[in-house]
Ligand binder design. Sequence first.
Ligand code: OTU
Length: 646
Amino acid sequence: MNQAELHRILALKSQENKDSLDLDVLYNRRLSANISLIKTHFFSLYQEVEHKDYFFKLLDQIALLFKARPTELKNQDLERLNSGNWYQSEKMVGMQLYVDRFNKDINGLKEKLPYFQDLGINFLHLMPITTRPTGENDGGYAVNSYHEIDGKYGTKKDFLDFAKKARENNMFLMLDFVVNHTSDEFEWAEKAKKGSLHHQNYYYTYADRHIPDEFEKTLPEIFPQSAPGNFTYNEEMEKWVMTCFNTYQWDLNYRNPEVFIEMLGNLMSLANLGVDVIRFDALAFLWKKLGTLSQNLPEAHTLISLFRMCLQVIAPGVILLAEAIVAPRNIIKYFGEGISEGNECEIAYNASLMALLWNSIATKKASLMLKSLTEIPNKPNDGTWINYIRCHDDIGLGYDDDFVRAMGSDPTAHKQFILNYYTGRLEWSPAKGLMFMYNPKNGDGRITGSAASLLGLETALELKNKIIIDYAISKILMMHGIILTYGGIPMIYAGDEIATLNDYSYEQNQDHVNDNRWVNRPIQNWDVVASLNKTKENPSTIVYNGLKNMIRLRKEHVLFKDSNEVKIHGCPNEHVFVYERTYKNDSVWVLSNFNELTETLDIGWLLSIGIHAGKNSIDLLTQETFNLIHNALPLKPFQQLWIKNI
Ligand code: OTU
């Protein structure tokens, strides 16, 4: 080794030390800034006198977890801290997919990076890929491990390579942290089954039905058809265990502080795979209490905030998504309020908008959506939504009864109408969906089906009716146009970009037949993708190109970033939904007609909300100016305009 080389190596070494020193200094700073709140949260959940030692255990755990975080990711954390709220950028456009159903495995997914690039996707939500029981496993939401990649997807190395390649391509990644339950094959459950009382206390286990019966008085049923009740008897353990979801998904007992400390380790093992956003699955259910619904309890919020604060110290660049499919007023709380203000999740699913959009399609009116969205309290400025129309789950009809009544409808009758509309019980409805988990005890039910089928494309193609085909295509584009412009991260469900219809093959699969959400978990059809643009008339081609155009426009206009609230206008025409996005004196108005007829908007009203009607404004989507007819702007059935003054 010559002198120059030696110098270079020494210089690199000292740089390395300096870097790691900086990282440690900053870690210590974060720890001292957050420790008192961490302590307050911890002891508000776990009585201080009995649990002092556990708090020290938590501190050791935090230190160990920071040490274990790869340096590359530690550096990225610091970059993220300095790059503002990157998740609010107009450049973010997401896609949710099942790795195996999309293109076989992780390596197959890597091959498709150009596909995402073509469409404009730069954020992927990959459905669970860690080990799970064979047979029924709730699409991987019954976890055998939080970080071991299931062999059918590839190896850990495959994933790390993929994550690296994704980072190099400016692609963000989201994975699930199934925080509420493990599978019944998870190592703790196995030990519990073998008689370890220590591990039985990681779950809610009971020797007899006394407490389970008390719980059942108030706990709702999540899967009343396939998994009625909230407890399952385990023969090996000779005990009842709480299973709010499926019988093989055991609810974790966060009343035991050890569970929290261990789960923090599991969270980090997932984050260390190179994940940018962690989806906290079913987080509303984290705390259970007799005599309550055991959803959205204050302790659940404290617990989430505790996870967040610890993450803030260990890996501040990682952000959290709340999967709280609950009432609108309750969703907002997962951004953090009270003592945990701003200290829970950065992102939440906009389940309210999603459910209201489907309501508007069925009723052909925007009025309930207008009323509900204008009356829901605003989210905090630093938070953002994931806006979506479909995902792998069912559509729950979570409308506020008071608002439904204010529209002059009876809430029960209204819900029944929506269910009928989407599940083939109304002759005139083009929607083709299935009823999910109908509960005859209370008349509750949810809906499944692919976006295209729910919006009428399947029926239209069967009827070979050109007009209804066009309507369905317009509806698909209009719905996506809303999630792309409303404010937040749009999340497109893989397959919807090529107008994929329902997949009924789940009925032949014994692991899926009990769960008809699989009707909307299709295998990506690459033949359809290959034939895009070969025929211009084809619905898949029109939808794909339409989406691509909208995605490009979203990214070109900084006003679509989510640093400001959307302004919803009370449109006098009840069929048309109108909102405005503004940034520094620049506005775009998004107008969507939910009716099957042409609807008109009066020029006076357009002027009153700031639109320069006539030749002084254009539709961004088509780059055309408008023709006013008798001083009114006509909107064709299911037409959407993105209006900008020029
Ligand atoms: C989540 O959803 C997942 O998205 C589902 O795929 C899982 O089955 C489930 O958790 C269990 O892991 O019950 O029907 O807000 O609506 O958390 C979907 C409450 C679900 C639930 C939601 C849950």
